[in-house]
Design a protein around this ligand. Sequence first.
Ligand SMILES: [Zn+2]
Length: 309
Amino acid sequence: MIRLRSAAVAGLTALALTGLMAPAEAALPTSERGPVCAPQTAAGAAAKGDARAPGEVDHRDVSATEQRAIDDRTSALLARKGGGGKPLQGITVPVYVHVMAAADGTGDVTDAQVTQQVAVLNNTFAGGESSGAADTGFRFTLAGLDRFYNDTWHNDRSSSTYRKATRQGGADALNIWLVDFNYLGVATFPWDFDKKDGIDGIRVQYSSLPGGTEKNYNLGETATHEAGHWFGLFHTFQGGCNEPGDEISDTPAQSVATNGCPAGQDSCVDQPGLDPIHNYMDYSYDSCYWEFSPGQSVRMADMWTAYRS
Ligand SMILES: [Zn+2]
């Protein structure tokens, strides 16, 4: 899913999205495109809010019908492989970080930032930011780090090409490409791996890493959000107030993507619970992010067993 950076106007966002899609990827049906997570910049909060409003094309749209089809496939895989329904323990995910810097060195993040980013993944997936957060059982280790100095790749152009050329590991390997684009991040879903294993992984705005320059989004939690999609999570506002929503029973229904950290926000007043604005799968500021829920932890485990183990 796309976590947006800012865009001047909603129209520009849609345009940017179209432009960012590599031909090979754009040619895929909507249902096979990766999730996208959204942008931020010049125009400021209002435009950003617009860009994240329901109906805007800021991330891959997965319909309720497709959700049911994915569920059926997942259930069949779990029945065949065994397991499911509870969190996993002791899974260490190899992480391959690809620094796609510009020819002049822009975007060439430091080794220390990469180390800190992996530490943020470990802390957030361990539930380290809140006493109520779930320990998902997933841990991460840096398995590889490479650097490229190519303006085209730095700007996320020809992304299918560069991903296929640089991706490492199997279905269980998290590949992170650090680029400069109009989004904070874009991810592929686990159920698409067999169709697009060459491009499986997440693309992350390089300035969102710990110590980066992305205001309000520089604690490294964009990577946590994108990794959540990579493990099979939807946004907490998936499907609005109606079932099946994000298919997670312990994240209250939510109909709008959060901007900032609005305490008490309740966008589905007829459904129980306030909006889960502290959940990593909302669009809140990094400083507002605290947790994955226990239900999300189980879903990620099920998806792991079905598609990545
Ligand atoms: Zn997202």
